[in-house]
Design a protein around this ligand. Structure first.
Ligand code: OGA
Ligand code: MN
Length: 200
């Protein structure tokens, strides 16, 4: 039975307020330690299936050097995370009429020296991504290990966000951002709350 309510610790008033004012929000202690550990284990079990994110249909892009695995329903814990995000999407719909009806997600692994250059997740609003979320799931992270998410908020201020374990950053997919060079293995689930016109 899939739990469709929000995890207990997610403070929706805070999240809505931050998204409204700044276009982004940082949430810490996203999951309890049992779920966090299980999710980390699930990700590690699939590492050999990850593929270079910068290669699509044989075309190589140099903007990013991480490796990813698109999620389907076979990763049961990551699926629960997606369900939680869909519930969050419904909260956004009520507050901001965003029309979110889908979540697409992948695991991502940045190895030593890997990065993702400045970009938007929804260039020219072409691909229906409304809200981006990144949940960090390596088991430890030190402040000098790089791999920061640099993000420009909707008031044009830049923020440097350390990818602390069990932290999630939620932001408007139109905002400019980048992943700085990582000095350690950096694991995450990136997920987009989408508005798709036809959902069957
Ligand atoms: C992305 C992205 C940010 C991060 O996958 O599009 O910008 O902190 N990720 O991993
Ligand atoms: Mn991005």
């Amino acid at each position: 039975m899939v739990n469709t309510s929000l995890p207990f610790g997610w403070n929706t008033d805070f999240i809505l307020d931050q998204i409204d004012n700044y276009g982004f929000c940082v949430i810490d202690q996203v999951y309890d330690s049992d779920f966090f550990t299980a999710l980390n284990t699930e990700c590690l079990q699939h590492l050999n299936e990850f593929r270079a994110a910068g290669i699509q249909n044989g075309v190589v892009s140099h903007i990013r050097s991480d490796h990813i695995l698109w999620l389907d329903d076979t990763q049961v814990l990551a699926k629960q995370h997606r369900e939680n995000l869909l519930a969050l999407g419904k909260v956004f719909n009520q507050a901001f009429f965003m029309g979110i009806n889908q979540v697409e997600a992948h695991f991502a692994r940045y190895g030593v020296g890997e990065a993702y250059a400045l970009h938007r997740d929804n260039p020219q609003q072409k691909n229906d991504r409304i809200i981006s979320t990144v949940f960090y799931m390596h088991d430890i992270w030190q402040d000098d290990w790089g791999g920061e998410l640099r993000l420009q908020d909707k008031q044009d201020h830049w923020h440097v966000i350390i990818p602390k374990p069990n932290r999630m950053v939620v932001f408007d997919s139109n905002l400019l951002h980048e992943v700085q060079v990582s000095k350690q293995q950096r694991l995450s689930i990136t997920a987009w709350l989408r508005h798709d016109n036809e959902v069957w």
